[in-house]
Ligand binder design. Structure first.
Ligand code: PGA
Length: 254
């Protein structure tokens, strides 16, 4: 039985003070919700202060990125070693990083093992553009993104996959539950093909892209979908709490 996960990706939002205020405003309610892995991913500069606030609670924390080298002359980068003991998770290969920061499959290939070696669980993002979707190339794109960074060892260490169609991110145009379910089912088949059905059945695969308190129920009712990576709605305490609560209710009823 897979445990559902709701992860909030705060992206490049919140100052250090705002991050503390935001996590304080959601923590008491979030902490009480059972049966769901709850994760917040604040900007790097707020990781340490948010971690202090989360200490002793049931809410975990992720970083939004890392660099794959342990240390050295890489101005401006954050290494896995720096995140060890601070973060439980790290988002890797988010489409905004692929799109705006030139992150290639080759780079993501190095980041996933770097995270796993540092005992930080990757949340690896995959997904197609609108053009690829409309040209019927979704499966081909996923297969390519997925061929990389999909070692058996990563799955055994708990790696989470987030399917985020790029056309649905920040656009208010979420994939329908059925659409997301079909593609996530396909990803699970790819994992089964590579690593066998046990690993595929235990792998957690999230959906991401314009998830809100209004559409989470439709998404979570889908049998293949194990949770959500939430951007915009994770910056509003009420919305994020509602998303986690609805997820817990649907999962416990299933
Ligand atoms: P969104 O972002 O919920 O604002 O669409 C999701 C994501 O990029 O992870």
């Amino acid at each position: 039985m897979r445990v559902p996960m709701i992860a909030g990706n705060w992206k490049m939002n919140t100052t250090a003070d705002e991050a503390v205020t935001l996590v304080r405003s959601m923590l008491p309610e979030l902490d009480k919700i059972p049966g769901v892995d709850k994760v917040v991913c604040p900007p790097f500069i707020s990781l340490v202060s948010v971690k202090e606030i989360l200490r002793g609670s049931s809410v975990q924390m992720g970083a939004q990125n890392l660099y794959y080298e342990e240390k050295g002359a890489y101005t401006g980068e954050i290494s896995p070693l720096m995140l060890t003991g601070v973060c439980d998770y790290v988002i890797i290969g988010h489409s905004e990083r692929r799109q705006y920061f030139g992150e290639t499959i080759g780079i993501i290939d190095k980041k996933v093992p770097a995270a796993v070696n540092a005992k930080i669980t990757p949340i690896m993002c995959v997904g197609e553009t609108l053009e690829e979707n409309e040209a019927g190339k979704t499966k081909e794109v996923l297969m390519r993104q997925f061929a990389s960074a999909s070692d058996r060892v990563y799955f055994l260490s708990g790696m989470v996959i987030a399917y985020e169609p790029i056309w649905a991110i920040g656009t208010g145009r979420s994939a329908s539950g059925a659409q997301a379910n079909e593609t996530i089912g396909y990803i699970r088949k790819l994992i089964a093909h590579q690593h066998g059905s046990d690993i595929a059945e235990s792998a957690r695969i999230l959906y991401g892209g314009s998830v809100t308190a209004d559409n989470i129920t439709e998404i979570m009712e889908q049998p293949e979908i194990d949770g959500a990576l939430v951007g915009g709605a994770s910056l509003k305490a009420d919305a994020f709490i509602s998303i986690v609560k609805q997820t817990a209710e649907i999962w416990s009823a299933a």
